[in-house]
Design a protein around this ligand. Structure first.
Ligand SMILES: Cc1cc2nc3c(=O)[nH]c(=O)nc-3n(C[C@H](O)[C@H](O)[C@H](O)COP(=O)(O)OP(=O)(O)OC[C@H]3O[C@@H](n4cnc5c(N)ncnc54)[C@H](O)[C@@H]3O)c2cc1C
Length: 378
């Protein structure tokens, strides 16, 4: 008998989700992670578990189920929920029209349209340009850089998962996972390598043009600002499918493109979250181009500077932040591909290779993990 029922390669949120789903069935699980500590997509993000604005159907269903699991895991592992809900503010009448249409749909259930007067009364730092808002009570936010290591430790110490840190998975083997320190024998293997997907499913990655999306993120110190929830603006409405597919979105898109072409080119969609120390996590831009290695370092540096300026410009249109100061900045990466929302391969009946390709892994991974474990173990 193999030492484990399941070995998972990759300790990002998707790998952890698979490990959790398997332990909940009483299976013996190991995780193999090449890094000594979490540092990829799953700790570079907002930690925002988003429901409102997700595409109707499988994505929203996965997000609702994943939020349930987040509630259970955070409670059991002692991980703080930093914020609840989202305040989606409109500064153009076209954006307000999107929010009004959305509020009347099935996905708008539980959300509340708020007049500009409410915003001015309850959210002192809001920009005077805001003409109305939608409040969604459905979202959760965790501090990703703390939550991910805490979940891994909780799986290891409280759920009996064996964790091999600093060990690189090399490929699938009959009877387990080959690593740089020998084979981890297991009845089933799931590889969740994030943007390293081409190393494990090269043909699939090529067929679906898998490549990296780079996102600029900032941490901003803004004394005395208190956000009522995670704040999103007009630009976010064009990013989330649930809003972007309303009839009203076309007019907003046209206006955004004509008024802010540089934001459109850099894929800037501003979200602002707040951490328990009061700092704001602000992002992000989306850059999909691939430069040749010779030109990439200089070009990427230029883009990072430009993206930071564009993000701060858009932030100032949402929130007044006198005396605000950027105290940290980082570039996140996740894979994108023509196959959405997942790149998924089944190299054998007992093995899966999976990467999330729509940048919504914090919101959907726990449900995806449960689906795969059902596929593999019935
Ligand atoms: C800036 C930014 C903002 C985002 N905002 C949000 C958000 O608000 N809400 C949301 O839902 N999602 C958001 N996302 C997307 C989300 O972060 C990702 O979808 C998710 O983290 C993907 O998780 P993952 O486990 O697939 O990948 P990763 O987190 O990249 O994990 C993959 C892991 O596999 C390991 N690995 C790779 N190759 C090997 C190997 N050979 N051997 C061993 N280990 C290996 C890596 O070291 C890594 O730890 C955001 C992403 C970014 C970058």
């Amino acid at each position: 008998m193999a030492a484990f029922d399941l070995v998972v390669a990759g300790a990002g949120i998707l790998g952890l989700a698979h490990a959790l789903a398997a332990t909940r069935r009483g299976l013996r699980v190991a995780i193999v992670e090449r890094d000594a500590r979490a540092q990829r997509s799953s700790v570079q993000n907002f930690g925002f578990i988003t429901i409102t604005g997700q595409a109707e159907g499988v994505t929203r269903t996965r997000a609702l189920r994943s939020r349930e699991v987040w509630r259970e895991v955070t409670a059991d592992a002692g991980i703080p929920i930093e914020q609840q809900g989202a305040l989606i503010v409109a500064r153009r009448p076209e954006a307000l029209a999107v929010l009004e249409e959305f509020a009347g749909t099935e996905s708008g259930a539980g959300c509340e349209l708020l007049p500009a007067a409410w915003i001015r009364e309850r959210f002192a730092a809001a920009s005077p340009q805001i003409v109305g808002a939608l409040f969604s009570p459905h979202e959760l936010r965790v501090e990703a850089r703390d939550a991910l290591p805490a979940i891994l430790q909780w799986l290891e110490q409280r759920q009996g998962v064996t964790v091999y840190r600093g060990r690189e998975a090399l490929g699938l083997e009959a009877g387990g996972l080959a690593t740089n320190a020998g084979v981890v024998a297991a009845d089933a293997v799931v590889v969740c390598p994030g943007s390293n997907i081409a190393a494990f499913a090269p043909e699939l990655a090529l067929e679906h043009d898998a490549h990296d999306c780079r996102l600029q993120m900032l941490r901003v110190k803004a004394p005395s600002v208190r956000l009522p929830a995670v704040v999103m603006g007009d630009s976010s409405l064009l990013r989330y499918a649930g809003f972007a597919t309303t009839k009203a979105a076309a007019a907003l898109q046209a206006r955004f493109e004509s008024e802010q072409p540089r934001h459109v080119a850099a894929g800037v969609h501003v979200i602002v979250a707040q951490s328990s120390d009061g700092t704001l996590v602000v992002g992000d831009s989306h850059r999909y181009r691939r430069w040749s290695p010779a030109e990439s370092a200089e070009r990427e540096k230029e883009e990072r500077r430009e993206d930071e300026a564009l993000i701060l410009e858009e932030l100032a249109r949402l929130v007044n932040l006198p005396g605000a100061e950027v105290v940290d900045r980082w570039t996140g990466v996740y894979p994108v591909a023509t196959m959405k929302p997942l790149l998924k391969a089944a190299p054998s009946a007992r093995a899966r290779v999976i990467a999330i390709t729509n940048g919504l892994g914090m919101s959907t991974s726990f449900a995806i993990g449960e689906e795969t474990i059902t596929e593999l173990f019935g």
